[in-house]
Design a protein around this ligand. Sequence first.
Ligand SMILES: [Zn+2]
Length: 802
Amino acid sequence: MSQDKIFFVAIFLLIATVGGSFEKGTRDYPIKPVPFTSVKIKDNFWSKRLEINRTITLPHNFQKCEETGRLDNFAKAAGLMKGSYKGYQFNDSDVFKVIEGASYSLQVHPDVQLNHYLDSLIALISAAQEKDGYLYTPRRLMDSSYSPPGGKDRWVGEKEGSHELYNLGHLYEAAAAHYQATGKRSLLNVALKSANLICETFGPNKRHEVPGHQVIEIGLCKLYRITGEDKYLRTAKFFLDERGDAKGHDLIGDYAQDHMPVIEQDSAVGHSVRAAYMYAGMADVASLTGDASYIKAIDRIWEDVVSTKMYLTGGIGATGGNEGFSHPYALPNLSAYCETCAAIANVFWNSRMFLLHGDAKYLDVVERIIYNGFLSGVSMEGNRFFYPNPLESFRGANRAEWFACACCPTNVVRFVPSIAGYVYAQDDQNVFVNLFIGGESTVKLGNRSVKLTQVTNYPWDGAVRLQVDPNRPEEFAVRIRIPGWAQNRPVPSDLYRYLDQSNEQVDLRVNGQPDKLIMEKGYAVLKRTWKKGDVVEINFPMPVRRVVANEKLLEDKNKVALERGPILFCAEWPDNKNGNVVNLVLPDNSLLKTQFKKDLLNGVQIVQSSAVSVRRTLENTIVSDPAQDFVAIPYYAWAHRGLGQMNVWPAREVSAARPLPAPTIAYLSKVTASDNRRADAINDQLEPKNSIDHTIPFLHWWPRKGTTEWVQYDLKKEEAVSRTAVYWFDDTGIGECRLPKSWRILYKDGDQWKPVENPTAYEVEKDRYCTVSFKPVKTTGLRVEIQLIPDFSAGLYEWKVE
Ligand SMILES: [Zn+2]
């Protein structure tokens, strides 16, 4: 590329990313983010995280892509290596996402070695691309041992999960990032060649398949912004407009938001990552085309999500079965799915809603996610990841170093470096201060340049000092986001509220003089002639607050969560008596204290109080024990100290707590099951609401079908037993577990298992306990032997013994 071309590209990028208009399309978001390349983070909280992402998470992800054959797939497709395709059909996308993350890292932290490594990967990807631009290693490598959905036919496997277009969306995003970071066109050329093929292939009077997993819409918009080529934008819009097409081709239904035309959709359904990527893509296309019908639709869907489908962590996607949205107000904590990718996708979407509307309420959601529901997804060391992020756990969870489906780790690595890009935004007359993160930034307002220096110990302290240094005195407005949490409103809806009102006021000063809060769309507007050295000081009071949920959210009924500033807390086992936290009641009148513990979990604020422990007796009554110390830590920091209980929503009253189990024969027994299943769900004394209750743990044998299985109690001591009861799991309509064909009880006699004698009928019924009485036996072991029906599996919630 010639020097003048490089210069042209540089100017173009500046215009495209910083604002103003460009020849081809004059429309874009009315507000522009201040790109993260113009924001240098320097603080006590995020600096460390960014550095860990660069030095640990990034190499870790590349290493895993190498080890798992993700890179080899490209080498094999290029004919540089022998062998067949390895892994899932969406594995190409992981490599693209890590390249995107690496490119972001290069932009702010030049690294010759990384630059060369990317060159070698891009050469591999380029070599795997077919002559006409087609790039999808699963199909290029298909042979007798492996075939992707669609077989040998391109594009037809989308609804069966080929992820052909999904992979390309991530390629386009990676290419845009790499081009911006390095000025090199190597990956961009691959992407454009592919996108040209897409535009030739899909459109009116061409192919009409829609992406099974959205993201290509965002990718095409990025290519449009770089090249100004209308066809990329047109095709992004085509993919959106084809969804829910009544002509009946390629309907994927609710799961992939293909159930009705996108402009008619008014609630969030289906797979939550697909959904939020789509809503973000709709925002992009709306801003670039001015299509208001898209905006109306995503406005409605946004109301639906923040009012009925969002966890207090900012997480979305309540159920694992569809990796997605459930019914309004159905937000179970124990089984909460809240995929890390969905948290990231929700930031993409909400940040774009802000760029469209200029309202701080969208940043309230963004902030809630990045400090809570997203941040829990990656370990402090940067090399372990959560896929789901539940809000309650009985036995704890370990973050994994990788997953066969590795969408989350590769999303983390590209998201963390971009966080700086959410701190500030601007239009011609306004600078928006959206997040409170220390560091320096330079904002170009037309031909003016304004340096911003933020100093704060956020999120632990609400004092923020912002120095505003324009290159010459100028009039413009600095809009400072006053977070909802500082205005007695934790979320921009009535889904959650603080239990009491705080009268502590936000303190705002300009050059030491108190200033009135003139509020507009959630911002304090400071319009004046700014001159070098002007200083804004804001102090957000950060008392510990009690949060309660809308009464329609039954899972959180009579429960309470604790917040301080943007941080949500949870009680975890190491800090509380006997490691029990799900059985604790935190009464409304127990005093909440807080302090910073610099040696705990890399330095965290904790909340201390007094709670009551609740347990069940053998007589099946619930009793509470004397008050005990209660400690809560930030939710994002849980699961760093081994396995044990965690709870975001302790009970406010005894009726809402999960009592410690009574010391029954069953509870004191050791549980084992055939096929090495984790069986301790069946004596936890958690009562199912019905046979398809996904909110509590259960034992199941899926995917084993039609077999004979067992579950066994080794009793603590010899007992006389004459009655037992089981509660079956059956997920007809969702999964493959059904009531079993039959079952019976065996007891241990010496080292022999014998059937009990004279049993009453072995009932097999849904939605209630099936009880059987038999001739009393003295034994140290009991077994339920279960015959599964052909072609189906089975499961069990509870097994009681008397
Ligand atoms: Zn994921």
